[in-house]
Design a protein around this ligand. Structure first.
Ligand code: NAD
Ligand code: ZN
Length: 326
């Protein structure tokens, strides 16, 4: 297969390129860092002819909580995807694997004893300030039980970045319907591993913890350290992209998949694992909090397992051991 990978010089994109090349596919890359902009139709007109499938990783990634950044997120992520899709319509590839994100869900899934599955709203400053980190039932205020979020959960993007990632999915679905194309949208959870950037809403905190340990300081864990995430290794994510590319196309549709390890951990556990591996001081739980953070976001990985045959191969202990020193 001839594959165009956008964002090919990025943390995940570079591993995606490696996975496709290792499997014997021909890869063309496109990345701002190597001089090509996904918003440039002329660049796409040069790169797309002869391509069978596009793997779209290029994006402006980040916290996206500053309203001043809205235009940039929309420009790279939404507009960039629109330019790419229009060029794909001109040149023919009818298959797209899209790097989407768990951020489209907002807060994770929760169950109330009285009200069943509920979606709590953003947490309020007064609760966070008194250390009440768990979001209450939005109907009755009772404590909730955390649940795994499935692909059919309604989207609830809570910042500019999340909104622009959801826009990528919607635009791709429009393209699929109009052209008969097939889109598999991979909603990555917290991707970590060698080369990860620090300033992301994902596992960037792992890189921050590691820098603290390198400096001989204890990792500082926010809230009570019991907030849950699903940490998935970057080489497993790259393999998920390859499996998505090999899956039978579904003309006219977009199908979303959670790409996660299926073994959620707390942020405190992650800090402790890195500290233990490096023989550094144990983490300090600070009680600090940030308004934009969600409490728990944990995925149901069943659909990717059943339909793509995706089984993560790098477990938490082995992955963190490697990451601690990489
Ligand atoms: N890291 C995670 O945990 C995570 C989780 C969910 C989703 N994602 C998604 O995965 C993808 C890759 O993210 P990453 O973590 O590797 O980030 P990254 O910043 O390392 O990679 C993104 C790449 O896109 C390139 N890029 C940015 N703007 C561009 C443009 N206009 N034209 C061409 N290239 C451009 C950047 O130069 C960079 O190399 C993104 O779509 C991101 O939204 C990442
Ligand atoms: Zn309730």
């Amino acid at each position: 297969m001839k594959v165009l990978v956008t964002g090919s010089a990025g943390f995940i994109g570079a591993q995606v390129v490696a996975a496709f090349e290792e499997a014997g596919h021909q890869v063309r890359g496109l990345d701002l860092r190597t001089g090509a902009d996904v918003r440039d139709p002329a660049a796409l007109d040069r790169l797309l002819p002869g391509i069978d499938l596009v793997v779209h990783q290029a994006a402006k990634v980040g916290l996206g909580v500053d309203v001043a950044d809205l235009p940039d997120y929309v420009s790279v992520n939404a507009y960039g995807t629109a330019v790419l899709l229009a060029a794909m319509a001109r040149h023919g590839p009818r298959r797209l694997v899209l790097a989407s994100s768990m951020v489209v869900y907002g807060e994770g899934a929760y169950d109330c004893a009285g009200h069943g599955r509920v979606r709590p709203g953003p947490r309020v400053p007064a609760d966070l300030a008194r250390g009440a980190f768990e979001p209450p039932c939005p109907v009755c205020g009772a404590p909730l039980r955390r649940a795994a979020v499935g692909e059919d959960a309604p989207p609830d993007p809570r910042n500019a970045y999340a909104t622009s990632k959801l826009a990528q999915e919607h635009l791709s679905a429009n393209w699929a319907r109009e052209t008969g194309g097939s889109v598999l949208a991979l909603r990555y959870h917290n991707v970590y591993g060698p080369g990860m950037p620090r300033d992301t809403p994902y596992a960037g905190v792992a890189a921050i913890f590691r820098s603290e340990l390198e400096a001989g300081r204890p990792p500082r864990v926010f809230e009570d350290g019991r907030q849950m995430r699903d940490f998935v290794h970057v080489r497993d994510v790259a393999r998920a992209n390859l499996l998505a590319a090999l899956a039978p196309p579904r003309p006219g549709t977009l199908t979303p998949y959670n790409i996660a390890s299926g073994s959620p951990r707390t942020v405190g556990e992650m800090a402790a694992a890195l500290a233990a591996e490096r023989g550094g001081p144990p983490p300090v739980v600070t009680g600090e909090h940030r308004l934009g953070d969600v409490r728990h976001i944990v995925a149901a990985p069943d659909r990717a397992r059943a339909e793509l045959g995706f089984h993560p191969e790098i477990g938490f202990a082995a992955g963190m051991k490697e990451f601690a020193w990489s």
